[in-house]
Design a protein around this ligand. Structure first.
Ligand code: 13P
Ligand code: SF4
Length: 309
């Protein structure tokens, strides 16, 4: 007998008092099952506020780990523990420890896309939607280490004028956008507004009319009188966007690799499937655990970020 995954997930969710939090980059069918769909900041805020006993995090490992750091008493599940992140992986804790030790007295700000160990070594954590506000909270006479995303770091240096030492990490998805193909696409759509996530490389950001987090991007498209948009971020965002702005023309920015399809997909985000969502809720075996000593240190910069946001 075939299992009706969607109704089973709903039953399990109710029986177990679970909540499903989904990032915009998840598949449309997962987003449709979620109690809340949002960007990294909004998802952390939801995780902090939830009354559920179980949090099923339809996203990647660092997001679920942040939810666990905030909720040590709750069970936090990730549909597939292999859902990592190239940015988080580009910052191994032992190397980062050496890096910050060789630059003492700098304020360590890390983008939320990093492991609990890295957060535990940080003074402040930020997301793409609050990074400027977090940087502004640091006295101007202090220099900053920013990790792991060098593209977001360069963008923040430009926006804030602050002195920042950058870790050399990046996102495979946002670094894959092709300037050449984007320029060609702009000639076909001369009236389109170009919207980009700040994890994209500088030449792409230079062309963008708006730069922001996933929820910032959706709001921009919603509030703009413009009809056509070229979107330089992961293609999963188009699902909520199409629902929010029916009738507008949303064109995914082209990446270097694709000649057939213009979509840029995050392979890490897409390892989660509806089947895995069902199995993880049913069996509760894909649980996120964080060492208590690390958790106690990592929660400090996360809570500071939530207070400042
Ligand atoms: P947002 O916080 O903008 O949703 O970004 C998360 C992410 O992983 C972007 O690649
Ligand atoms: Fe990480 Fe990039 Fe995927 Fe976001 S899109 S989860 S930064 S690999």
């Amino acid at each position: 007998m075939q299992v009706d995954l969607k109704s089973e997930i709903l039953h399990l969710k109710e029986d177990k008092n679970a909540v499903i939090l989904s990032h915009y980059y998840q598949t449309p069918e997962i987003q449709e099952m979620a109690d809340f769909v949002g960007d990294s900041l909004a998802l952390s805020q939801q995780a902090q506020q939830t009354k559920a006993d179980i949090i099923v995090f339809a996203g990647v490992h660092f997001m679920a780990e942040t939810a666990k750091i905030l909720n040590p008493q709750k069970k936090v599940l990730l549909p597939d523990l292999a859902a990592g992140c190239s940015l988080a992986e580009s910052c191994p804790p032992h190397l980062f420890n050496r890096f910050i030790s060789s630059h003492p007295n700098l304020i360590v700000v890390t983008y939320i896309n990093c492991s609990a160990e890295i957060k535990a070594m940080s003074n402040l954590v930020c997301t793409s939607s609050n990074a400027e506000k977090i940087i502004a909270s640091i006295p101007t006479d202090k220099s900053i280490i920013f990790a792991p995303d060098k593209n977001l770091g360069k963008y923040l240096i430009k926006k804030t004028g602050r002195d920042m030492l950058l870790w050399d990490g990046s996102c495979v998805v946002h670094e894959a956008f092709s300037l050449e193909k984007l320029t060609q696409l702009c000639m076909h759509y001369p009236h389109a507004k170009i919207i980009a996530h700040p994890e994209s490389e500088e030449p792409i950001l230079r062309l963008a009319h708006y730069i922001g987090s996933t929820s910032g991007i959706i709001n921009y498209v919603k509030n703009s009188p413009n009809k056509e948009f070229i979107i330089a971020t992961e293609a999963g965002i188009l699902h909520q966007m199409e629902k929010e702005v029916p009738g507008k023309i949303l064109i995914p920015a082209p990446s270097h690799q694709d000649n057939t399809c213009a979509c840029s997909e995050c392979a890490y985000m897409k390892v989660n499937t509806l089947e895995k969502l069902y199995w993880c809720l049913k069996n509760e075996k894909t649980e996120i655990l964080v060492n208590e000593e690390i958790r106690k240190k990592a929660i400090v910069p996360i809570q500071k970020m939530l207070e400042l946001s």
